[in-house]
Ligand binder design. Sequence first.
Ligand SMILES: Cc1cc2nc3c(=O)[nH]c(=O)nc-3n(C[C@H](O)[C@H](O)[C@H](O)COP(=O)(O)OP(=O)(O)OC[C@H]3O[C@@H](n4cnc5c(N)ncnc54)[C@H](O)[C@@H]3O)c2cc1C
Length: 317
Amino acid sequence: MLEYGAMNEKLIIIGTGPAGYTAAIYAARADLKPLVFTGDQLGGQLTTTTEVENFPGFPEGIMGPELMFNMSSQAEKFGARYAYETVTAVEKDGESGLFVVKTTGGEYTAQAVIVATGAKARYMGLPGEKELIGHGLTACATCDGSFYRDVPVCVVGGGDSACEEASFLTRFASKVYLIHRRDRLRASKAMQQRVLSNPKIEILWNSTISDYRKDDSGELCGIVLSDTETGEQRPLELKCVFMAIGHEPNSKFLGDLVDTDPAGFIIRPWGGAATRTPGLFAAGDVADAVYKQAISAAGMGCWAALEAERYLLELED
Ligand SMILES: Cc1cc2nc3c(=O)[nH]c(=O)nc-3n(C[C@H](O)[C@H](O)[C@H](O)COP(=O)(O)OP(=O)(O)OC[C@H]3O[C@@H](n4cnc5c(N)ncnc54)[C@H](O)[C@@H]3O)c2cc1C
């Protein structure tokens, strides 16, 4: 049996990226007093970047951490509460219909839960990589492509995303190397054709990055390229590496409460924020295999809060 007490919540929101904070703003303004679990990355992915130029409302751009701090304050102003804990599991109690949210700090129950835990971009795992993220190493061409005008850059990967990002980057860069560890691309035929016919893109087959080079100011200025067949190494000068080798959505802790696609992105069967479990909603990158942008995550956070509010009203009736 569940024990009900002070830990029983109406709405729990998991995650403090644009999706979680937007959900918190909407839910707090609807007087739901949401409890928001921050996880270990308070403010989400945008806290790891500098200038954000494509979030509406900031014609001069805004620093990522400042944008996230503003969102946090806005939600708090309306009554959202934060718990600096990481959720380890979510279960649904068959008898009470309540969600049991287990965290690093304890156990909570809630009538509805919004999952906004994001997705981690995959990197190569090379030494010194973390420090270069945001300094010439990124996993988002849409976000950072326009910062690299008239300079050589590379994209790592061989799937549709890698090909799409390489094509997109030719608008800005002087040259785009597409680094792929095999001798053929995994992308769709149409996408391959687009890349192969673009004179600005050079595909480096059977290749991988074995090291990064940075200049005195800590910005990436080149890579060491390795041949995956011969092991031969050579330096390559470029200003930015765009990783396109996939994302890892933070959805495992939900067990079988949600369906996911093969990569782990939460499936929203009705197109909104509802998952297959009534009362459990998903928003942002964790449930978006396609766009993965701050503004789309924020938009989904809004859907999730409105849908959760409606669900809670129906429970009361
Ligand atoms: C370097 C970089 C630059 C970017 N630049 C731009 C840009 O210029 N413009 C743009 O639109 N997008 C940009 N993006 C993409 C953008 O950051 C993401 O699309 C957006 O942050 C996704 O928001 P989210 O709310 O879904 O998740 P996230 O921002 O990933 O936040 C996830 C949250 O969930 C929490 N969490 C995870 N697991 C748990 C758990 N088990 N328990 C509790 N909490 C948990 C984390 O701590 C975090 O607070 C950039 C991304 C990166 C990495």
